[in-house]
Design a protein around this ligand. Structure first.
Ligand code: PPE
Length: 306
């Protein structure tokens, strides 16, 4: 998706002009994928831009870093302040937020990352609908990828690591080249893990089902939010392994993520699910009411930028 430049990007504690936010070509992360990142959204509300679950996202980035023996050189409070400062500096009412911590260039080459500094950057930009303008209303077409989600003993899928996204990219490319909007990835055991950049939910007999974290999806913050919202709506939820056939026979299906928000799925490999169903629509409506500050129930999820 195209992104339009804003004025400044936060680089190691300073606001730098968009066009000057550059790195050395010998940065370790560019060669070996040694970085961790986040994707966060801020929504326009009556009280100003509200960042959705900002601290939860920053804590997940710290957890991702920990898995790779990276100690982030900033506290969560410092990073939170930086996000607020950056949104104010760029005068944005709503935006996508991309914090990234990566092994930079420390004068050495080789697989061991430890001699390289940990650089931290945060960028913000205005972002529309990740899967296209019609996606939220009409739903998308998905396919089961021939590429498996990586085994937890290859690269932990619970860490949001830059290098791991080669796997998601392969699946996305395959799906788009075959004429689909999104790829669903199975784990090495053959159960549904997640989509290339979203968690998966289906509805069966009125019950909302999603793969457990042990099936290897990213522990999505939107996923956790949807489970809580469903609970509040009185919709029964269960985390359990799903097979490919469970998706083919689902009554309803949708994908969730920061970028994709709550996107209905209308077809999987030509098995038609159809227009978004009642559970999908109710959860999607409630999600947007919450993130845009119209629903007081989960107001602690909104971090308003003063
Ligand atoms: N699974 C994967 C693999 C994933 O990348 C994301 C976020 C999710 C699940 C949902 O997680 P959460 O955002 O916490 O609900 N994907 C981000 C990256 C998208 C991109 O193109 O880059 C996102 O949604 O921001």
């Amino acid at each position: 998706m195209p992104i339009e430049p804003v004025e400044t990007i936060w680089v190691n504690g300073e606001l730098v002009a968009w066009e000057d936010a550059k790195i050395h070509v010998l940065s370790h992360a560019l060669h070996y994928g040694t970085g961790v990142f986040e994707g966060i959204r801020a929504y326009e509300t009556e009280r100003g831009p509200a960042v959705f679950r900002l601290t939860d996202h920053l804590e997940r980035m710290r957890t991702s870093a920990r898995i790779f023996l990276m100690e982030l050189p900033y506290t969560t409070a410092q990073l939170r302040d930086a996000v607020h400062e950056l949104i104010r500096a760029n005068r944005l009412r709503s935006c996508y937020i991309r914090p990234l911590a990566f092994r930079g260039f420390g004068g050495e080459m080789g697989v061991n990352p430890e001699r390289n500094p940990i650089d931290v950057v945060i960028a913000v930009w205005r972002w529309g609908r990740y899967l296209g303008d019609d996606a939220l209303r009409r739903g998308i077409r998905a396919t089961i990828s021939s590429w498996r989600r990586q085994d937890p003993n290859i690269i932990p899928p619970s860490a949001k690591a830059t290098g791991a996204y080669v796997n998601a990219s392969m699946a996305k490319l395959e799906a788009v080249h075959a004429g689909y909007d999104e790829a669903i990835m199975l784990n090495p055991a053959g159960f549904v893990a997640e989509a290339s950049g979203e968690n998966v939910f289906i509805v069966r007999d009125g019950v909302l089902l999603t793969p457990p974290l042990a099936a290897g999806p990213l522990p999505g913050i939107t996923r956790a939010s949807i489970i809580d919202i469903a609970g509040d709506e009185g919709i029964p939820v269960a985390e359990r392994d799903l097979t490919r056939a469970d998706l083919y026979t689902a009554e309803e299906m949708f994908l969730v993520g920061t970028a994709a928000e709550v996107t209905p799925v209308r077809e999987v490999d030509e098995r038609v699910i159809g227009d978004p169903g009642p559970v999908t629509l109710a959860l999607q409506q409630r999600f947007f009411d919450i993130v845009q500050g119209r629903d007081g129930k989960f107001s602690e999820w909104l971090d308003v930028v003063a």
